[in-house]
Design a protein around this ligand. Structure first.
Ligand SMILES: Cc1cc2nc3c(=O)[nH]c(=O)nc-3n(C[C@H](O)[C@H](O)[C@H](O)COP(=O)(O)O)c2cc1C
Length: 231
């Protein structure tokens, strides 16, 4: 089949990809485990390094557990920000907002990473590369999950909070030892829309090789090594 750039731009399926927005407010109706399972099946169809599938998911729907998680994370946020020298009232307002985002979502999916099945190396450099491959794989499952949520007509938002207090998340949720919290996806029925779509232009973030036929692209060529900090 011939590639047609205008068809890519107009394709309704890709419209679903670019139409996804982070949604932070939800109606109170429950999200069932049948729905969550269906979404997670799409999440785990993501590619992963060596196909080791290092993603793990902990689903939180109970009100008590949501509150315990929000409180634990909030206390840590408060403590850390106070140590940074931030104003206590401002921190409290931020903690409240973050608590509301977590407890106000009908369901939470804590996205975790396990290194159990990843390769092991004797040196730190390759060990770190392998760890990053697991992080990248989990992130791909996370994007699949967000897209599935959107296509299903629900809303979701990835929150980074667990990365800053993995010990709190592990202890409140009783996670297995090898499950490392990477993020938290809030999930529910949309109440309003997400924020407007804003992105840097492709020209800002993309470079072609200098000998790429210019007529095919309106983007700037790759700067030479010295210009882009590569020698
Ligand atoms: C790794 C990562 C961490 C994020 N952490 C948060 C967060 O802690 N709180 C939040 O409200 N949104 C968070 N987001 C959502 C981003 O703010 C959002 O994706 C971005 O503003 C673009 O908006 P859009 O998703 O609606 O296109 C995070 C997104 C990613 C990918």
């Amino acid at each position: 089949m011939e590639f047609a750039a205008d068809r890519v731009a107009d394709d309704a399926r890709l419209d679903l990809v670019i139409g996804r927005r982070s949604v932070r407010r939800y109606r109170p109706e429950a999200v069932t485990s049948t729905m969550i399972d269906a979404l997670l099946k799409i999440a785990v169809s993501a590619p992963s390094a060596h196909n080791r599938q290092p993603w793990r998911f902990r689903i939180v729907t109970g009100e008590k557990e949501k509150a315990a998680l929000a409180d634990g994370m909030g206390q840590r946020l408060f403590r850390d920000r106070l140590a940074d020298g931030n104003d206590a009232q401002i921190i409290e307002a931020d903690v409240d907002r973050s608590r509301q985002r977590i407890t106000g979502a009908p369901a939470l999916i804590v996205v975790c990473m396990s290194l159990q099945d990843m390769d092991r190396y004797p040196d730190p450099k390759r060990s770190e590369a392998e760890r990053l491959m697991a992080v990248q794989s989990v992130a791909m499952a996370g994007q699949n999950l967000l897209l599935a949520i959107h296509v299903a007509g629900l809303g979701g938002c990835w929150l980074c909070g667990p990365l800053f207090c993995p010990d709190v998340v592990t202890s409140v949720l009783g996670l297995p030892n090898d499950w490392q919290p990477q993020g938290l996806v809030t999930l529910g029925w949309l109440d309003g829309k997400g924020k407007p779509f804003t992105r840097r232009s492709l020209d800002n973030v993309c470079r072609y090789s200098t000998d790429h036929p210019a007529v095919e692209s309106t983007l700037a060529p790759m700067p030479s090594g010295s210009e882009c900090g590569v020698s």
